[in-house]
Design a protein around this ligand. Structure first.
Ligand code: AR6
Length: 176
């Protein structure tokens, strides 16, 4: 791989709702009616207009993505995607990859040049962080290699241990 591509990826530790990027991605559920974890944090900070817009969408199947405005968030857009509930079957990896691919496709369609992702499915949906991290980074590289509309992809990890996993794999991609 062209090793300029992983240099367009940044990793951060902290709260994704604080980022002033074009779009943040929400690890939502199929109802798009809000929930706990990062979904709850995004809805709390965006305010009730976000839920009102989500209600007009009518849900989202696993692996797909939908876009709304960001309202009171510093981000202009929220891209809501629904990760798989981890089952240990091969379809999990495919669905998780589709979350990243479909979210980035929506970002391109809305001229969002900077996109920040949480670790989709790695909270209550139980996806192992090592596997999920490699899917996230490889899919981002794949899309960045062909898509010049996206300048930067950020991964925002809540815990230090998840951050260290991403750091290790990103370093390997850059040096590899
Ligand atoms: N910023 C960045 N990452 C965060 C934040 C935050 N503010 N808060 C939590 N995380 P989860 P899932 C991390 O459970 O596994 C919801 O109820 C968290 O540490 O939010 O995809 C939805 O409505 C973890 O690494 O999402 C669904 O029902 C990652 O975000 C369900 O949870 C994802 O954890 C989706 O489950």
């Amino acid at each position: 791989m062209n090793n300029e591509v992983p240099k367009r990826i940044e990793i951060h530790q902290g709260d994704i709702t604080t980022l002033a990027v074009d779009a943040i991605v929400n690890a939502a559920n199929r109802t798009l009616r809000g929930g706990g974890g990062v979904d709850g944090a995004i809805h709390r900070k965006a305010g009730p207009q976000l839920l009102a817009e989500c209600k007009t969408i009518g849900g989202c199947p696993t692996g797909e993505a939908r876009i709304t405005r960001g309202y009171n968030l510093p981000a202009k857009f929220v891209i809501h995607t629904v990760g798989p509930i981890y089952s240990g079957k091969p379809k999990d990896a495919h669905l998780l990859e589709q979350c990243y691919r479909n979210s980035l496709a929506l970002a391109v369609a809305h001229q969002a040049a900077s996109v920040a992702f949480p670790a989709i499915s790695c909270g209550v949906y139980g996806y192992p962080i090592e596997d999920a991290c490699q899917i996230a980074l490889n899919t981002a590289c794949d899309v960045l290699a062909t898509e010049s509309g996206i300048a930067k992809v950020l991964f925002v990890l809540f815990s230090d241990s998840d951050f260290q996993v991403y750091r290790k794999h990103l370093k390997a991609l850059i040096s590899g």
